[in-house]
Structures are given as C-alpha cells and as structure tokens.
Design a binder for this molecule. Structure first.
Ligand code: BTN
Length: 334
C-alpha cells in the first residue's frame, strides 16, 4: 500500500472518529468534511470495514464508527514501533501467495532494504519448514521480515533460535500465556504448536548477506479448522482457543517487531552464549525422550541433552552416542 493512500485513509478515519463522538454522521457531512464525493465516502466506509473498523450505518442517519481496527494495518503499526529499522517499510496485503516470496524478491531487488516487514491477512500458498504448506486463514498473523544482520556465517544456525526467543517473549507479554520452545523454533502451549518460524538465509563465505524471517502465528481462529490438514501431524492450538477471547494482532505484531530488533542487536553484540542460555530456560524438552524425523521417517532417537553453541540439538542415543542434530522435525515424548 502506498503512503499516499494510507494518508487518505488516516484522514478519513480521523474525520469519522471525531464525528462519531456525538452519534451518527451523514454521508453528506462526511463528504463535505473529507472534500470527496458521496460515492467516495461510501467506498471509504467499505474499505475501512474490510480493514476491520466497526462502522454501523442507519437509514436516514448515516454512519458511526463503533470501534477501531485491531488488524495489523501499517498506519497504526508504525505508531507502536520503537525500532530503529525494523518496520520502517511495511508492505501490507489482504491476500498474498506467501509473504516470504514477496520479502525475498525485495531482498534481491533492493540491496539497501533492511527491516522491511511484509504482512498478509491471508496467504494462498504459505510455506512452512521442510517444504510443507502453511495454512494461513484470516485471523492469523502471517508476516516476513527482511533483515541484514551483522553476524558471521557461524552464527547462521543460531538465528532461528534468536527469532524464536523474540516471538515467544512478545506472545508471553501480550497474552500472559505460558509458552515453551521446541527445537529449533516452534512456539508451543501445553505440547501444541501455536506459532512457527521459517528462515530463508543468503550467505557468502564470511557473513550473512540477508535473511527473511517468516513468522506464522495462530491468533484469532479455531485451530481445529486447520489441524486436519497439517502435514506434520502435530497438534495445534491458537491464542484465542487458549484464552477464550481474541487478541489484538496489531499490538502483538508491534511487540514482536520491537523484540526482534532488540534480540538481534543483543546477538550481534554478545554472540550466541546468552541466546542459547535463554532459549534453554524457555524450553521444557531437555531431558525428554525425542525422535528426530526427516521426511516423516525417524532418523535418530534418544534423550535431548543440550543445545550446542551453534544452535544444534545434542541427543544422547540409547547406545550412549552423542549426536548433534542440525535439521529435521522433532517429536517429544512427554
Ligand atoms: C513452520 O513450518 O513452522 C514455519 C511456518 C512459517 C509460516 C510463515 S507465515 C508468514 C511467512 N510466509 C510464509 O509463506 N511462511 C511464513
């Protein structure tokens, strides 16, 4: 969305908000105040409703704005960001194939872009880890962040854990729910997945060139509507299922972006040790029996012992071997 049309929307919202304070406002008055035609007023009202603003209309009286939107629209998101670079550019789409694909194109075409956030209300071909599809209905938070972190290539394998820390801490603050991390970067509530992270990284021999962090969070919809299709066979939940109420996706996204920038900066400054320590403190899988799967087939089994300084999962196999796992899907036996 272009900045000019954002500005028009913000101006119209402000006129409607002020006028709604004393009741209904007619289309004619709105048209005069906004200096547009009556049909343009009607179109703006329709647009705002699509963006999640609650606007009632009454025959002969006009329109009244009942509540503001809690959708992650760029003009409101910008106001909540405390970042230096994350979210300075925001691409917002009601529909997209995949925000990840859009962000990857920006990364390749705009060498200076850093911190660009791409958000979609719905994705048609959302991508998950291990080439899975990611079902992305309305009510979720589906977004990708383009970053050019100043970390050596040895830090690449820790980046998924850093992203997971930021998402976990923001969801915990926004909801008060008790969340745990499952290696490498799933966010879980009582053994059910509520959010997943996908990282596409481009690196040279020495350093990371760019990465696109794709984050999918089941926020305000019933998880049972997507679970039968989940290729990973994992149990899933959503924040609204857990809380019994909806969560402001706008506020949650702002928190995540704020945290993402600060965790990334701590990692750039302090290296992996503190990140790994914090990651382990939020995971309940160490000491548990786990199976590692590749293409849905178990490749290793054993007890999850530790997370290495490179972000790998260290497993003690039944024969006593120490195995370092760097990729795959994990099943935990509780
Ligand atoms: C996983 O498999 O756990 C990772 C899921 C990542 C999904 C997000 S939704 C936003 C972004 N766009 C995509 O196509 N995928 C990621």
């Amino acid at each position: 969305m272009r900045k000019a049309s954002e500005k028009r929307i913000m101006e119209f919202v402000s006129i409607l908000r002020d006028a709604s304070a004393s009741g209904y406002v007619s289309g004619q008055v709105l048209a005069r105040k906004a200096r547009v035609s009556r049909s343009a007023v009607w179109k703006q009202i329709r647009t705002l409703r699509a963006y999640g603003y609650e606007i009632t209309s009454a025959h002969g009286l006009g329109y009244r704005m009942v509540s503001e939107t809690t959708a992650p629209v760029p003009w409101l998101l910008r106001k909540l960001l405390k970042t230096d670079f994350v979210g300075k550019d925001i691409v917002y789409r009601r529909f997209a194939d995949s925000t990840q694909t859009i962000a990857l194109k920006i990364a390749e075409n705009c060498p200076k872009a850093n911190g660009t956030v791409v958000i979609a209300e719905q994705q048609k071909s959302g991508r998950g880890r291990l080439k899975r599809t990611w079902i992305s209905p309305p009510g979720g938070l589906w977004f990708s962040v383009l970053l050019r972190p100043n970390v050596p290539t040895t830090g690449i394998t820790v980046l998924p854990l850093v992203a997971a820390l930021a998402v976990r801490s923001a969801i915990a603050e926004a909801t008060g729910l008790s969340l745990s991390l499952k290696w490498p970067n799933d966010i879980m509530i009582s053994g059910k997945k509520v959010a997943g992270i996908l990282l596409d990284i481009s690196a040279e021999a020495e350093a990371v060139n760019f990465m696109v962090v794709g984050i999918g969070i089941n926020v305000n919809f019933e998880a049972r509507t997507i679970s039968p299709n989940l290729e990973s066979q994992q149990r899933v939940t959503s924040l609204s299922d857990e809380l019994g109420r909806d969560v402001s996706r706008l506020e949650l996204l702002a928190l995540i972006l704020n945290r993402l920038e600060s965790y990334l900066e701590s990692f750039e400054r302090g290296g992996p040790d503190e990140m790994i320590r914090e990651w382990k403190s939020h995971s309940d899988m160490l000491g548990k029996r786990v199976s590692v799967l590749h293409n849905n087939r178990v490749t290793y089994e054993g007890i999850a012992r530790d997370v290495g300084v490179d972000g790998s999962l260290i497993i003690a196999s039944d024969s006593g071997k120490r195995i370092m796992v760097t990729s795959g899907d994990l099943r935990i036996r509780y």
